[in-house]
Design a protein. Structure first.
Length: 271
């Protein structure tokens, strides 16, 4: 059983919802990312989604795009992101880590080389936004050979055929995009989310995390009533951006926000 599968199995038995914060690796600086990861875990993060900086992030809104630009300006590469995870593990970090990014850097490294390097660094899975299941055979094969999970996105527009196709190749969990558009956009409609999750769960047995559009503890609590995991990205990354001139404050301030999200998620009553 993978570390991710084990996490969701444990939370299911405990009747709890996972909290998954997203941060861009290397933002506001490569030196801050590992301390930030530990602080988020201390505050209640169950899994960390770590963004791999890329020059053309098609699924990300302006907040995360700017974070990517800041990390790239500091020279952060895929190799650096893997080193960050390696340091996290070396310093005792046991929380699952999923890399979120795009195919180009992986293709440059090579599928098998990436999968082997990711496993060696302590990565648990990857979410590669621009690889649909029809075109992901090489990546799926490489990751499975290293016992790494491949997380896929589902959208409000995903029909039954698409859901089943993704269910056939995804592992760990699936990520439901709660609003149409890029990260940080749209208004959260939890009733619509709940209806779509019922459709997804009728066809996929994996846990379903919900992200995009979750801006605060209130949103997180509402999503926690229906989802297996609450995923928060832009709301965290926006707060990091506000601290760009004082990076030493980032772990504590972001940790406090993650703690607020954790309390809200734990207070939610499952429906």
């Amino acid at each position: 059983m993978s570390r991710i599968a084990g996490l969701f199995e444990r939370l299911r038995h405990e009747g709890r919802t996972a909290l998954i914060p997203f941060v861009t690796a290397g933002d506001p600086s490569p030196e801050v990312t590992v301390p930030l990861m530990f602080r988020m875990v201390d505050a209640g993060a169950d899994l960390i989604e770590l963004g791999v900086p890329f020059s053309d992030p098609i699924a990300d809104g302006p907040v995360i795009q700017r974070a990517t630009e800041r990390a790239l300006a500091r020279g952060v590469t895929l190799h650096d992101v893997l080193e960050i995870v390696r340091r996290f593990r070396a310093e005792g970090g046991e929380t699952p880590v999923v890399l979120m990014g795009y195919l180009n850097p992986i293709e440059v490294m090579g599928y098998e080389a990436f999968a082997a390097a990711a496993r060696d660094a302590g990565v648990d899975g990857a979410l590669v936004v621009d690889v649909p299941p029809e075109e992901g055979h090489e990546l799926v094969t490489a990751l499975r050979a290293q016992e790494l999970d491949l997380v896929y996105l589902l959208a409000p527009t995903s029909d039954a055929e698409r859901i089943e196709r993704i269910g056939a190749v995804a592992s760990g969990f699936v990520y439901y995009v709660s609003v149409k558009g890029v990260t940080g956009s749209g208004q959260l409609d939890v009733d619509a989310v709940a209806a779509k999750l019922a459709e997804i769960r009728a066809r996929i047995e994996l846990p379903v995390g919900v992200g995009f559009g979750i801006k605060d503890g209130g949103d997180a609590a509402r999503v926690a009533t229906v989802a297996d995991a609450v995923i928060v990205g832009s709301a965290i990354v926006g707060r990091i951006e506000e601290l760009d001139d004082t990076p030493e404050l980032v772990p504590e301030r972001i940790g406090a926000f993650v703690g607020e999200l954790r309390a809200a998620v734990d207070a939610a009553v499952k429906v």
